[in-house]
Ligand binder design. Structure first.
Ligand SMILES: Nc1ncnc2c1ncn2[C@@H]1O[C@H](COP(=O)(O)OP(=O)(O)OP(=O)(O)O)[C@@H](O)[C@H]1O
Ligand SMILES: [Mg+2]
Length: 253
């Protein structure tokens, strides 16, 4: 083998090793209908990836597939070098995948404090570690520290979203998955959620997959992008390549 081939193969193996999440030729759907078709997607360590596409193209289905909430019909998903196919949702979460689903995923009848404590108990954090993790979350979302005794269900939509993201962060996942965190939320809170994602990126502690309709935000917050159309990846690359032509073709309604 010549040196060039050697070095290309070496590069490929480094890349493969570096990816935190690798989805290869993945297909999945519900009952009879095939939604995802032959999807390839990679998330590097510390990388923030935008997953984009119009309503109904399969973004949430792909995220649910990563968590094992949809059964796959082909291909593979690997996280941190481990094949996920045979693992339960719980086992996948324990490997370090944090998921904030679309909508508001909190316990409405528990207080803010109790909602956060559920995560800390799952994280098995001792008192010092729990306090340090909580103060990091309160730095990002100060409103939570002011509402500790309030029931989750009476918070505004934006506050509930902040609580949902805060709960996921307390687990210090290796990969944080956010499905439209700014959907249906008033602008002032959108700004806070966006700032929190910039801060998470700056800390460089975790990789992120962000489903987001606000293109400018995706452009500012993300390193790379994937566009889905009818269940297939039609475009992907580094975020600088997300030009107005692609936005007009695949993302504007
Ligand atoms: N539980 C389900 N059972 C059957 N079909 C489903 C189910 N969930 C979603 N679908 C279908 O799968 C397709 C993809 O839906 P999905 O929710 O993944 O899209 P999305 O890109 O997340 O859309 P949105 O931007 O509106 O959130 C849609 O046609 C939808 O109707
Ligand atoms: Mg969705």
């Amino acid at each position: 083998m010549d040196t060039l081939t050697n070095s290309i193969e070496a590069d490929a193996s480094v890349q493969k090793h570096d990816a935190l999440l690798r989805i290869d030729g993945y297909s999945a759907g519900y009952d009879e209908s095939l939604i995802l078709k032959n999807v390839d997607l990679q998330v590097g360590r510390k990388e923030v990836v935008a997953l984009l596409g119009r309503n109904g193209v399969g973004k949430t289905t792909l995220l649910n597939s990563i968590l094992g909430l949809v059964s796959g019909g082909g291909g593979s998903i690997e996280f941190d070098g481990i094949r996920l196919d045979a693992l339960s949702t719980d086992q996948r979460a324990r490997l370090g995948i944090g998921y904030v689903p679309q909508g508001r995923d909190i316990f409405p009848n528990l207080t803010v404090q109790e909602n956060l404590d559920v995560s800390l108990r799952v994280a098995k954090a001792d008192k010092a570690e729990a306090n340090s993790r909580k103060s990091e979350v309160f730095d990002l979302f100060p409103v939570l520290s002011e509402m500790l005794k309030r029931k989750g269900g009476v918070l505004s939509g934006g506050q509930q979203q902040q609580l949902a993201i805060g709960r996921a962060l307390l687990l210090k996942p290796k990969l944080l998955i956010l499905d439209e965190p700014t959907e249906g939320i008033q602008p002032s809170i959108i700004d806070q959620i966006e700032d929190a994602i910039y801060a998470i990126k700056k800390r460089g502690e975790m990789s992120v997959i962000l489903v987001e309709q606000y293109i400018d935000f995706a452009r500012n917050a993300c390193d790379s992008f994937y566009i889905l159309e009818r269940g297939s990846v039609v475009e992907s690359g580094s975020i600088e390549g997300l030009n107005d032509g692609l936005v007009a073709r695949y993302l504007t309604v």
